[in-house]
Design a protein around this ligand. Structure first.
Ligand code: FCB
Length: 441
Protein backbone atom coordinates (compact mmCIF):
# COMPACT_ATOMS: atom_id res chain seq x y z
CA UNK A 1 0.00 0.00 0.00
CA UNK A 2 1.11 3.54 -0.60
CA UNK A 3 -0.41 4.63 2.69
CA UNK A 4 0.38 3.84 6.27
CA UNK A 5 -1.40 4.66 9.47
CA UNK A 6 1.06 7.51 10.00
CA UNK A 7 -0.43 9.41 7.03
CA UNK A 8 -3.70 9.83 8.92
CA UNK A 9 -4.67 11.76 12.06
CA UNK A 10 -3.60 10.16 15.32
CA UNK A 11 -6.86 8.57 16.41
CA UNK A 12 -8.10 7.76 12.94
CA UNK A 13 -9.96 4.45 12.95
CA UNK A 14 -9.34 1.75 10.37
CA UNK A 15 -11.95 -0.97 10.20
CA UNK A 16 -13.68 -3.53 8.07
CA UNK A 17 -17.41 -4.03 7.64
CA UNK A 18 -19.76 -6.99 7.21
CA UNK A 19 -23.44 -7.68 7.75
CA UNK A 20 -25.31 -10.46 9.48
CA UNK A 21 -27.23 -12.09 6.62
CA UNK A 22 -24.25 -11.88 4.30
CA UNK A 23 -21.91 -13.87 6.53
CA UNK A 24 -23.50 -15.54 9.56
CA UNK A 25 -25.41 -18.45 8.08
CA UNK A 26 -29.01 -17.71 8.83
CA UNK A 27 -30.13 -21.31 8.79
CA UNK A 28 -28.74 -21.92 12.25
CA UNK A 29 -29.12 -20.73 15.81
CA UNK A 30 -32.89 -20.44 15.77
CA UNK A 31 -33.07 -17.36 13.52
CA UNK A 32 -36.49 -16.63 12.05
CA UNK A 33 -37.28 -16.51 8.37
CA UNK A 34 -36.39 -13.26 6.63
CA UNK A 35 -37.48 -11.44 3.50
CA UNK A 36 -34.18 -12.42 1.86
CA UNK A 37 -34.99 -16.13 2.28
CA UNK A 38 -38.31 -15.50 0.55
CA UNK A 39 -36.87 -13.23 -2.13
CA UNK A 40 -34.18 -15.78 -2.98
CA UNK A 41 -36.76 -18.58 -3.15
CA UNK A 42 -38.69 -16.71 -5.83
CA UNK A 43 -37.41 -17.58 -9.33
CA UNK A 44 -35.37 -14.95 -11.10
CA UNK A 45 -34.55 -12.72 -8.14
CA UNK A 46 -31.12 -13.97 -7.11
CA UNK A 47 -28.33 -15.50 -9.17
CA UNK A 48 -28.65 -19.30 -8.88
CA UNK A 49 -31.35 -18.65 -6.25
CA UNK A 50 -28.59 -18.52 -3.62
CA UNK A 51 -29.47 -17.45 -0.10
CA UNK A 52 -27.77 -16.79 3.23
CA UNK A 53 -28.65 -20.05 4.96
CA UNK A 54 -24.98 -21.02 5.28
CA UNK A 55 -23.05 -18.04 3.89
CA UNK A 56 -19.59 -17.91 5.55
CA UNK A 57 -20.79 -19.82 8.63
CA UNK A 58 -19.51 -16.91 10.67
CA UNK A 59 -22.02 -17.97 13.31
CA UNK A 60 -19.68 -20.84 14.18
CA UNK A 61 -16.40 -19.34 13.02
CA UNK A 62 -16.54 -15.82 14.39
CA UNK A 63 -13.57 -16.36 16.70
CA UNK A 64 -11.35 -17.23 13.74
CA UNK A 65 -12.74 -14.30 11.73
CA UNK A 66 -12.13 -11.82 14.53
CA UNK A 67 -8.63 -13.22 15.02
CA UNK A 68 -8.00 -12.40 11.38
CA UNK A 69 -9.52 -8.91 11.72
CA UNK A 70 -7.38 -8.14 14.75
CA UNK A 71 -4.36 -9.78 13.12
CA UNK A 72 -4.61 -7.26 10.29
CA UNK A 73 -4.21 -4.47 12.81
CA UNK A 74 -7.73 -3.09 12.47
CA UNK A 75 -9.04 -0.79 15.19
CA UNK A 76 -12.72 -1.45 14.69
CA UNK A 77 -15.20 -3.88 13.24
CA UNK A 78 -18.53 -2.83 11.76
CA UNK A 79 -21.10 -5.62 11.88
CA UNK A 80 -24.86 -5.84 12.00
CA UNK A 81 -27.41 -7.54 14.22
CA UNK A 82 -30.06 -9.66 12.58
CA UNK A 83 -33.56 -8.70 13.66
CA UNK A 84 -34.85 -12.19 12.81
CA UNK A 85 -32.09 -13.88 14.79
CA UNK A 86 -33.00 -11.86 17.86
CA UNK A 87 -36.78 -11.76 17.39
CA UNK A 88 -37.76 -14.63 15.05
CA UNK A 89 -41.33 -13.34 14.77
CA UNK A 90 -40.18 -9.74 14.46
CA UNK A 91 -41.71 -8.77 17.81
CA UNK A 92 -42.47 -10.66 21.01
CA UNK A 93 -40.39 -13.50 22.36
CA UNK A 94 -36.62 -13.17 21.83
CA UNK A 95 -34.47 -16.08 20.73
CA UNK A 96 -32.03 -16.52 23.65
CA UNK A 97 -29.47 -18.20 21.41
CA UNK A 98 -29.46 -15.17 19.13
CA UNK A 99 -28.95 -12.75 22.00
CA UNK A 100 -26.16 -14.94 23.37
CA UNK A 101 -24.49 -14.95 19.99
CA UNK A 102 -24.26 -11.15 19.75
CA UNK A 103 -23.19 -10.98 23.37
CA UNK A 104 -20.29 -13.37 22.72
CA UNK A 105 -19.49 -11.61 19.47
CA UNK A 106 -19.11 -8.23 21.15
CA UNK A 107 -17.03 -9.70 23.96
CA UNK A 108 -14.84 -11.42 21.40
CA UNK A 109 -14.22 -8.07 19.69
CA UNK A 110 -13.35 -6.38 22.95
CA UNK A 111 -11.03 -9.21 23.92
CA UNK A 112 -9.09 -8.57 20.69
CA UNK A 113 -9.00 -4.79 21.00
CA UNK A 114 -11.54 -4.23 18.20
CA UNK A 115 -14.05 -1.43 18.73
CA UNK A 116 -17.57 -2.76 18.07
CA UNK A 117 -19.52 -0.62 15.54
CA UNK A 118 -22.91 -2.33 15.21
CA UNK A 119 -25.61 -1.40 12.72
CA UNK A 120 -29.00 -2.57 13.92
CA UNK A 121 -30.57 -3.35 10.57
CA UNK A 122 -28.86 -4.52 7.41
CA UNK A 123 -31.88 -5.66 5.40
CA UNK A 124 -33.03 -9.07 6.72
CA UNK A 125 -36.52 -8.07 7.80
CA UNK A 126 -38.32 -10.93 9.58
CA UNK A 127 -40.91 -12.40 7.19
CA UNK A 128 -43.84 -12.07 9.64
CA UNK A 129 -43.31 -8.30 9.54
CA UNK A 130 -43.29 -8.32 5.75
CA UNK A 131 -46.71 -10.00 6.00
CA UNK A 132 -47.89 -6.92 7.86
CA UNK A 133 -46.58 -4.58 5.18
CA UNK A 134 -42.97 -4.25 6.34
CA UNK A 135 -41.54 -0.81 5.62
CA UNK A 136 -44.86 0.26 4.05
CA UNK A 137 -46.51 0.09 7.46
CA UNK A 138 -45.97 2.99 9.82
CA UNK A 139 -46.00 0.58 12.78
CA UNK A 140 -42.57 -0.60 11.70
CA UNK A 141 -41.05 2.28 13.63
CA UNK A 142 -42.45 0.79 16.85
CA UNK A 143 -41.48 -2.78 15.90
CA UNK A 144 -37.99 -1.54 15.17
CA UNK A 145 -37.93 0.31 18.46
CA UNK A 146 -38.77 -2.95 20.24
CA UNK A 147 -35.97 -4.79 18.45
CA UNK A 148 -33.57 -1.96 19.30
CA UNK A 149 -34.51 -2.16 22.96
CA UNK A 150 -34.03 -5.94 23.10
CA UNK A 151 -30.70 -6.17 21.31
CA UNK A 152 -29.13 -2.99 22.66
CA UNK A 153 -30.46 -3.82 26.12
CA UNK A 154 -28.10 -6.77 25.83
CA UNK A 155 -25.00 -5.39 24.06
CA UNK A 156 -25.44 -1.60 24.12
CA UNK A 157 -23.28 -1.18 27.22
CA UNK A 158 -20.19 -2.44 25.37
CA UNK A 159 -20.36 -1.01 21.86
CA UNK A 160 -18.19 1.86 20.71
CA UNK A 161 -20.64 3.41 18.24
CA UNK A 162 -23.98 2.36 16.79
CA UNK A 163 -26.25 3.22 13.87
CA UNK A 164 -29.84 2.13 13.24
CA UNK A 165 -30.15 1.39 9.53
CA UNK A 166 -27.70 0.51 6.79
CA UNK A 167 -28.36 2.44 3.59
CA UNK A 168 -31.93 3.69 3.80
CA UNK A 169 -31.98 4.26 0.01
CA UNK A 170 -31.57 0.51 -0.53
CA UNK A 171 -34.19 -0.33 2.08
CA UNK A 172 -36.70 2.04 0.49
CA UNK A 173 -36.09 2.84 -3.18
CA UNK A 174 -34.06 -0.11 -4.42
CA UNK A 175 -36.41 -2.57 -2.71
CA UNK A 176 -39.83 -0.90 -3.16
CA UNK A 177 -39.55 1.13 -6.36
CA UNK A 178 -36.94 -0.73 -8.37
CA UNK A 179 -37.80 -4.13 -6.92
CA UNK A 180 -34.17 -5.22 -7.14
CA UNK A 181 -33.83 -6.22 -3.48
CA UNK A 182 -36.20 -7.92 -1.04
CA UNK A 183 -39.16 -7.65 -0.81
CA UNK A 184 -38.97 -6.97 -4.55
CA UNK A 185 -41.82 -4.49 -4.72
CA UNK A 186 -42.20 -2.08 -7.68
CA UNK A 187 -44.77 0.44 -6.63
CA UNK A 188 -44.50 4.19 -6.19
CA UNK A 189 -46.90 4.35 -3.24
CA UNK A 190 -45.05 1.59 -1.41
CA UNK A 191 -41.79 3.36 -2.22
CA UNK A 192 -42.95 6.73 -0.87
CA UNK A 193 -44.08 5.11 2.34
CA UNK A 194 -40.85 3.18 2.73
CA UNK A 195 -38.82 6.34 2.00
CA UNK A 196 -40.49 7.95 5.00
CA UNK A 197 -40.86 5.02 7.37
CA UNK A 198 -37.23 4.01 7.03
CA UNK A 199 -36.26 7.39 8.40
CA UNK A 200 -38.95 7.27 11.05
CA UNK A 201 -37.48 3.93 12.12
CA UNK A 202 -34.05 5.54 12.26
CA UNK A 203 -35.41 8.27 14.55
CA UNK A 204 -37.22 5.79 16.80
CA UNK A 205 -34.10 3.65 17.23
CA UNK A 206 -32.00 6.68 18.11
CA UNK A 207 -34.56 7.62 20.77
CA UNK A 208 -34.55 4.12 22.21
CA UNK A 209 -30.75 3.95 22.31
CA UNK A 210 -30.51 7.37 23.96
CA UNK A 211 -33.07 6.10 26.47
CA UNK A 212 -30.74 3.20 27.23
CA UNK A 213 -27.98 5.69 27.93
CA UNK A 214 -25.98 4.86 24.81
CA UNK A 215 -23.63 7.40 23.28
CA UNK A 216 -21.89 7.85 19.95
CA UNK A 217 -24.91 7.17 17.74
CA UNK A 218 -24.84 7.85 14.02
CA UNK A 219 -26.52 7.25 10.67
CA UNK A 220 -25.20 5.24 7.74
CA UNK A 221 -26.34 6.50 4.35
CA UNK A 222 -25.09 5.37 0.95
CA UNK A 223 -24.20 7.75 -1.84
CA UNK A 224 -23.40 7.75 -5.49
CA UNK A 225 -21.75 10.69 -7.17
CA UNK A 226 -24.25 11.82 -9.78
CA UNK A 227 -23.48 13.43 -13.13
CA UNK A 228 -25.72 14.06 -16.15
CA UNK A 229 -25.06 11.61 -18.99
CA UNK A 230 -24.77 14.41 -21.56
CA UNK A 231 -25.13 18.16 -21.87
CA UNK A 232 -28.88 18.25 -22.50
CA UNK A 233 -31.34 19.95 -20.14
CA UNK A 234 -33.19 16.66 -19.87
CA UNK A 235 -30.11 14.85 -18.58
CA UNK A 236 -29.41 17.68 -16.14
CA UNK A 237 -32.96 17.41 -14.77
CA UNK A 238 -32.75 13.62 -14.57
CA UNK A 239 -29.42 13.80 -12.73
CA UNK A 240 -30.86 16.32 -10.30
CA UNK A 241 -33.81 14.04 -9.56
CA UNK A 242 -31.55 10.99 -9.17
CA UNK A 243 -29.37 12.92 -6.76
CA UNK A 244 -32.50 14.01 -4.92
CA UNK A 245 -33.86 10.50 -4.49
CA UNK A 246 -30.50 8.89 -3.78
CA UNK A 247 -28.57 11.48 -1.81
CA UNK A 248 -30.54 14.55 -0.73
CA UNK A 249 -33.69 12.85 0.56
CA UNK A 250 -31.83 11.03 3.31
CA UNK A 251 -29.19 13.65 4.11
CA UNK A 252 -31.71 16.44 4.23
CA UNK A 253 -34.21 14.36 6.22
CA UNK A 254 -31.71 13.26 8.86
CA UNK A 255 -29.52 16.36 9.13
CA UNK A 256 -31.94 19.17 8.28
CA UNK A 257 -35.39 17.77 9.12
CA UNK A 258 -36.81 18.53 5.67
CA UNK A 259 -37.33 16.65 2.43
CA UNK A 260 -36.01 18.15 -0.83
CA UNK A 261 -38.96 19.93 -2.51
CA UNK A 262 -38.33 18.47 -5.98
CA UNK A 263 -38.47 14.87 -4.75
CA UNK A 264 -41.38 15.66 -2.48
CA UNK A 265 -43.32 17.06 -5.46
CA UNK A 266 -42.97 13.69 -7.12
CA UNK A 267 -43.85 11.62 -4.05
CA UNK A 268 -46.26 13.82 -2.12
CA UNK A 269 -49.45 12.20 -3.45
CA UNK A 270 -48.15 8.87 -2.13
CA UNK A 271 -46.79 9.93 1.24
CA UNK A 272 -48.41 8.69 4.47
CA UNK A 273 -50.71 11.24 6.12
CA UNK A 274 -49.12 13.49 8.71
CA UNK A 275 -45.54 12.76 7.67
CA UNK A 276 -44.59 16.37 8.46
CA UNK A 277 -45.09 15.70 12.17
CA UNK A 278 -42.37 13.03 12.10
CA UNK A 279 -39.57 15.27 10.86
CA UNK A 280 -38.52 16.26 14.32
CA UNK A 281 -37.97 12.70 15.42
CA UNK A 282 -36.21 11.87 12.14
CA UNK A 283 -33.78 14.77 12.49
CA UNK A 284 -32.94 14.52 16.15
CA UNK A 285 -29.23 15.06 16.59
CA UNK A 286 -26.80 12.24 15.93
CA UNK A 287 -23.14 12.13 16.88
CA UNK A 288 -21.60 11.12 13.57
CA UNK A 289 -22.41 10.64 9.91
CA UNK A 290 -21.50 7.39 8.17
CA UNK A 291 -21.02 7.44 4.41
CA UNK A 292 -20.99 4.34 2.20
CA UNK A 293 -19.50 5.05 -1.20
CA UNK A 294 -18.68 2.88 -4.21
CA UNK A 295 -19.19 4.63 -7.54
CA UNK A 296 -20.64 7.36 -9.73
CA UNK A 297 -23.58 7.27 -12.15
CA UNK A 298 -24.19 9.12 -15.41
CA UNK A 299 -27.92 9.76 -15.46
CA UNK A 300 -30.42 10.41 -18.25
CA UNK A 301 -34.23 10.19 -18.45
CA UNK A 302 -35.78 6.72 -18.69
CA UNK A 303 -38.00 5.65 -21.58
CA UNK A 304 -41.44 6.05 -20.08
CA UNK A 305 -41.26 9.65 -18.91
CA UNK A 306 -42.95 8.52 -15.69
CA UNK A 307 -41.77 10.08 -12.42
CA UNK A 308 -38.74 8.30 -11.05
CA UNK A 309 -37.93 6.61 -14.36
CA UNK A 310 -34.24 7.43 -14.65
CA UNK A 311 -31.54 5.69 -16.61
CA UNK A 312 -28.34 4.90 -14.68
CA UNK A 313 -25.46 4.94 -17.11
CA UNK A 314 -21.78 4.23 -16.78
CA UNK A 315 -18.90 5.96 -18.53
CA UNK A 316 -15.60 4.61 -19.75
CA UNK A 317 -13.62 4.41 -16.52
CA UNK A 318 -12.30 1.02 -15.38
CA UNK A 319 -15.00 -0.99 -13.60
CA UNK A 320 -15.16 -3.49 -10.79
CA UNK A 321 -16.87 -6.85 -11.39
CA UNK A 322 -20.07 -5.20 -10.14
CA UNK A 323 -19.91 -3.04 -13.26
CA UNK A 324 -19.24 -0.05 -11.02
CA UNK A 325 -16.83 2.56 -12.34
CA UNK A 326 -13.84 3.28 -10.14
CA UNK A 327 -14.16 6.96 -9.29
CA UNK A 328 -12.43 8.05 -6.07
CA UNK A 329 -13.15 11.72 -6.88
CA UNK A 330 -16.74 10.87 -5.98
CA UNK A 331 -15.72 9.84 -2.47
CA UNK A 332 -13.88 13.12 -2.03
CA UNK A 333 -16.90 14.92 -3.51
CA UNK A 334 -19.40 13.25 -1.16
CA UNK A 335 -17.22 13.75 1.92
CA UNK A 336 -16.86 17.47 1.27
CA UNK A 337 -20.50 17.85 0.36
CA UNK A 338 -21.75 16.02 3.43
CA UNK A 339 -19.23 17.78 5.67
CA UNK A 340 -20.08 21.23 4.40
CA UNK A 341 -23.82 21.02 3.89
CA UNK A 342 -25.19 18.36 6.24
CA UNK A 343 -22.97 16.92 8.96
CA UNK A 344 -21.71 20.36 9.82
CA UNK A 345 -20.64 19.88 13.43
CA UNK A 346 -20.19 16.16 13.68
CA UNK A 347 -17.47 13.78 12.51
CA UNK A 348 -17.81 11.63 9.43
CA UNK A 349 -16.83 8.00 8.99
CA UNK A 350 -16.51 6.22 5.69
CA UNK A 351 -18.52 3.23 6.84
CA UNK A 352 -18.15 1.27 3.58
CA UNK A 353 -15.85 1.43 0.58
CA UNK A 354 -14.29 -1.40 -1.38
CA UNK A 355 -14.36 -3.40 -4.59
CA UNK A 356 -15.46 -6.75 -5.95
CA UNK A 357 -12.94 -8.34 -8.24
CA UNK A 358 -11.80 -11.52 -9.93
CA UNK A 359 -8.98 -12.35 -7.57
CA UNK A 360 -6.31 -14.70 -8.87
CA UNK A 361 -5.54 -17.79 -6.80
CA UNK A 362 -2.09 -19.27 -7.36
CA UNK A 363 -0.20 -21.74 -5.17
CA UNK A 364 -2.49 -21.04 -2.26
CA UNK A 365 -2.04 -17.27 -2.52
CA UNK A 366 -4.76 -14.84 -3.48
CA UNK A 367 -3.50 -12.00 -5.64
CA UNK A 368 -5.55 -8.83 -5.65
CA UNK A 369 -3.29 -5.93 -6.54
CA UNK A 370 -6.42 -4.30 -8.07
CA UNK A 371 -7.92 -4.06 -4.57
CA UNK A 372 -4.75 -2.55 -3.14
CA UNK A 373 -4.82 0.05 -5.95
CA UNK A 374 -8.48 0.76 -5.28
CA UNK A 375 -7.86 1.25 -1.56
CA UNK A 376 -4.86 3.49 -2.23
CA UNK A 377 -6.75 5.91 -4.42
CA UNK A 378 -9.77 6.00 -2.15
CA UNK A 379 -7.56 6.65 0.86
CA UNK A 380 -6.06 9.52 -1.15
CA UNK A 381 -9.56 10.92 -1.48
CA UNK A 382 -10.14 10.64 2.27
CA UNK A 383 -6.84 12.37 2.96
CA UNK A 384 -7.62 15.16 0.56
CA UNK A 385 -10.94 15.80 2.28
CA UNK A 386 -9.23 15.80 5.69
CA UNK A 387 -6.55 18.22 4.47
CA UNK A 388 -9.33 20.58 3.46
CA UNK A 389 -10.84 20.56 6.91
CA UNK A 390 -13.49 17.82 6.62
CA UNK A 391 -13.62 15.96 9.92
CA UNK A 392 -13.25 12.36 8.73
CA UNK A 393 -12.43 10.06 11.64
CA UNK A 394 -12.38 6.61 10.15
CA UNK A 395 -12.40 4.36 7.10
CA UNK A 396 -14.11 0.96 6.96
CA UNK A 397 -13.41 -1.42 4.10
CA UNK A 398 -16.20 -3.49 2.64
CA UNK A 399 -15.62 -6.28 3.37
CA UNK A 400 -13.71 -8.40 5.84
CA UNK A 401 -14.73 -11.61 4.05
CA UNK A 402 -16.01 -12.62 0.63
CA UNK A 403 -19.71 -13.03 1.26
CA UNK A 404 -23.29 -13.20 0.00
CA UNK A 405 -23.68 -10.26 -2.33
CA UNK A 406 -27.50 -10.14 -2.21
CA UNK A 407 -29.19 -10.55 -5.61
CA UNK A 408 -25.80 -11.40 -7.13
CA UNK A 409 -25.22 -14.40 -4.89
CA UNK A 410 -21.75 -15.59 -3.97
CA UNK A 411 -19.82 -14.72 -7.11
CA UNK A 412 -19.02 -11.08 -6.34
CA UNK A 413 -16.00 -11.12 -4.08
CA UNK A 414 -15.42 -8.04 -1.95
CA UNK A 415 -13.35 -9.57 0.85
CA UNK A 416 -9.90 -8.83 2.20
CA UNK A 417 -10.10 -12.51 3.09
CA UNK A 418 -10.97 -15.10 0.48
CA UNK A 419 -13.65 -17.64 1.43
CA UNK A 420 -13.93 -20.99 -0.31
CA UNK A 421 -17.69 -21.50 -0.21
CA UNK A 422 -17.35 -25.29 -0.45
CA UNK A 423 -14.86 -25.87 2.34
CA UNK A 424 -15.43 -22.50 4.11
CA UNK A 425 -11.68 -22.15 4.38
CA UNK A 426 -10.45 -18.58 4.86
CA UNK A 427 -7.35 -17.29 3.05
CA UNK A 428 -6.13 -13.74 3.65
CA UNK A 429 -5.59 -12.02 0.31
CA UNK A 430 -2.59 -9.96 -0.78
CA UNK A 431 -4.59 -6.83 0.18
CA UNK A 432 -4.97 -8.19 3.72
CA UNK A 433 -1.19 -8.58 4.03
CA UNK A 434 -0.60 -5.12 2.55
CA UNK A 435 -2.99 -3.55 5.03
CA UNK A 436 -1.39 -5.43 7.86
CA UNK A 437 1.92 -3.83 7.00
CA UNK A 438 0.33 -0.40 6.52
CA UNK A 439 -1.50 -0.51 9.84
CA UNK A 440 1.39 -1.67 12.00
CA UNK A 441 1.98 0.62 14.98
C1 FCB B 1 -23.57 -1.99 0.06
C2 FCB B 1 -24.15 -2.88 1.12
C3 FCB B 1 -23.34 -4.09 1.44
C4 FCB B 1 -22.69 -4.66 0.21
C5 FCB B 1 -21.98 -3.61 -0.57
C6 FCB B 1 -21.27 -4.10 -1.78
O1 FCB B 1 -24.58 -1.31 -0.59
O2 FCB B 1 -24.32 -2.16 2.31
O3 FCB B 1 -24.17 -4.99 2.10
O4 FCB B 1 -23.64 -5.33 -0.53
O5 FCB B 1 -22.89 -2.63 -0.96
Amino acid sequence: MRHTRADFPKDFIFGAATSSYQIEGHGQGGAGRTQWDDFAATPGNVVRAENGARACDHYNRFEEDLDLAAGMGLDAYRFSTSWARVLPEGTGTPNPEGLDFYDRLVDAMLARGLKPFPTLYHWELPSPLVDKGGWRNRDIAEWFGEFTEVIMGRIGDRVHAAAPINEPWCVAWLSHFMGAHAPGVRDIRAAARAMHHVLLGHGRAIEVMRGLGMKNLGAVTNHEYVLPADESDEAAAAARMYDGIYNRWFLSGIYSGTYPPDVLDMLEAHMPKGWEDDMKSISQPVDWAGINYYTRKLVSPGDTGLPGDLHEGVGDLPQTTMGWEIYPEGLYGMLTRVGQAYARNIPIYVTENGMSASDVIQNGEVHDQHRIDYLNIHMDAVQKAISEGIDVRGYFIWSLLDNYEWALGYEKRFGLIHVDFDTLERTPKQSYHALKTALKR
